[in-house]
Design a protein around this ligand. Structure first.
Ligand code: GDP
Length: 446
């Protein structure tokens, strides 16, 4: 889970601070020393940590804070604000060319950083904004990379331009520009080749592409899990090629957070997006304030609400029907499958919980309590039913239940128990319709 270990440590420090009614200078210093250790262990750049702690200390030891009503809370607030400013304060939006002009984006990064995946993720985001993107396969060294871009492009239903491996990346980029002009693509995303390590050849190639076509945005993809290495890579690319922004991939697996906290401070370049998983929908805009809240274990309710409303928008009709059926106690197994799908779209149960305030440090416990296998077993049972049985559970007589148990590969007792529980919840829904958000509970959009 993102930032888990850093969040845990910071929450311990904050618990101590909160428990004290009054704070002395020495208390603050001790707490900040622990914050410093936690940040260093999270692989945040040393200079950045030093500056950060200094800024927090200067503000925290001020008269107003120490004599205030709730000094512990004030110190935490300062840490939150300073962390937000460390990551760039304002959210940076990717800049498109005005009007109908085509925006050219060059993606770069080391091999395996997540460049090709991110290129396709971005294309999906741009499509939602009404753009017509063209993905361009400029990695001529790995035929597999071209194929991967084509597969992902198809999934996102965006066009992929490729000339195989026998032309230079510069020629491919130029030809792609002509193609985009003819076909009305208003965003061109160049997926360039990465190497295992920084090397001169790679940098030169990127410089040549930039000389041959007008690149409006050079975006670097770095792997968040590599911590300070990611920061060094960003520095190097910025010096050699010049970058406009960074996309941090694999944040979902980064328990430490060092790269997220250092990149802006070290390179001066903003983080625009973060990759939160392997699925092509797992790309989130980067909000420094929300990220600081997540790191400090205060949750990220705003992102959760956005995900939920995006999800409800897609299935608004279905959701309304489902709520109406629930109130009448007619929630059936088709509805059950639909709710499972919606939950998965929002990142699964653990994904949703991780964004709730205070969940950071408890995620480990909760994850072990949620038995994902159990959920999969229930789904297998429902999938083994016929559509008629799902819509009308009353049809489920013993012989049908035996067939379902065989289909799902579980014992008949499991099927019986599941169906019984399902019937009980149905009854409850009917008895307590208020629980489902009675009159006006969800007016408009949250
Ligand atoms: P490239 O060599 O830079 O083009 O990297 P790829 O796009 O091929 O990605 C390398 C691996 O990282 C693939 O297995 C991707 O599925 C995975 N990956 C990319 N982005 C993310 C992310 O945000 N989270 C996770 N968990 N995996 C990712």
């Amino acid at each position: 889970m993102a930032f888990e270990s850093l969040t845990d440590k910071l929450q311990d420090v904050f618990k101590d601070l909160r428990s004290k009614g009054r704070l002395t200078e020495a208390d603050v210093k001790v707490a900040l020393k622990e914050v410093k250790m936690a940040l260093l262990e999270a692989d945040v750049n040393f200079k950045v940590v030093k500056q950060f702690v200094k800024s927090v200390e200067e503000r925290a030891i001020g008269q107003d804070v120490m004599n205030g009503l709730n000094p512990g809370q004030m110190v935490i607030k300062i840490v939150n604000e300073e962390m937000t400013s460390l990551m760039g304060s304002e959210t940076q939006e990717l800049q498109f060319q005005p009007g109908k002009a085509t925006t050219v984006i060059m993606m770069c990064g080391l091999q395996g950083a997540g460049k090709t995946t991110t290129t396709a993720k971005l294309a999906g985001k741009f499509k939602l904004k009404g753009k017509k993107p063209l993905l361009v396969a400029c990695d001529i060294y790995r035929p597999a990379a071209i194929e991967q871009l084509q597969i992902n492009g198809e999934k996102q239903q965006v066009e992929v331009f490729s000339m195989g491996t026998s032309h230079s990346p510069v020629d491919i980029a130029k030809a792609a520009m002509e193609h985009a002009e003819k076909n009305g693509n208003n965003v061109v995303i160049l997926d360039t080749a990465g190497r295992l390590h920084i090397d001169e050849g790679m940098m030169e190639e990127l410089q040549k592409i930039k000389q041959a076509v007008t690149v409006h945005q050079t975006l670097l993809v770095v792997d968040a899990m590599t911590g300070q290495d990611a920061v060094n890579v960003a520095k190097e690319f910025d010096e050699k090629v010049g970058i406009d922004g960074v996309i941090l991939s694999k944040m979902d697996g980064d328990t430490r957070g060092g790269a997220a906290l250092s990149i802006k401070a070290v390179t001066g370049k903003p983080i625009l997006y973060v990759g939160m998983g392997e699925k092509l929908s797992d790309l989130e805009q980067f909000y420094p304030d929300r990220m600081a809240s997540r790191i400090l274990g205060m949750g990220d309710v705003l992102t959760l609400i956005e995900k939920a409303s995006a999800n409800l928008d897609i299935d608004a009709g279905k959701e309304k029907e489902m709520a109406a059926r629930m109130k009448k106690g007619k929630f059936d197994f088709e509805d059950y499958l639909e709710s499972m799908k919606q939950m998965r779209n929002m990142g699964g149960l653990s994904g949703i919980l991780s964004m709730m305030p205070g969940m950071g440090s408890k995620m480990g416990d909760i994850e072990s309590m949620i038995d994902e296998k159990q959920l999969a077993r229930m789904e297998a049972i429902v999938l083994s039913m016929t559509p008629q049985e799902r819509r009308n559970p009353k049809l489920l007589n013993p012989s049908r239940k035996h067939r379902i148990a065989r289909g799902a590969g579980v014992d008949i007792s499991v099927v019986n128990r599941f169906i019984k529980q399902f019937e009980q919840s149905q009854k409850m829904m009917k008895q307590f319709p208020g629980m489902l958000g009675g009159k006006g509970a969800r007016k408009g959009k949250f």
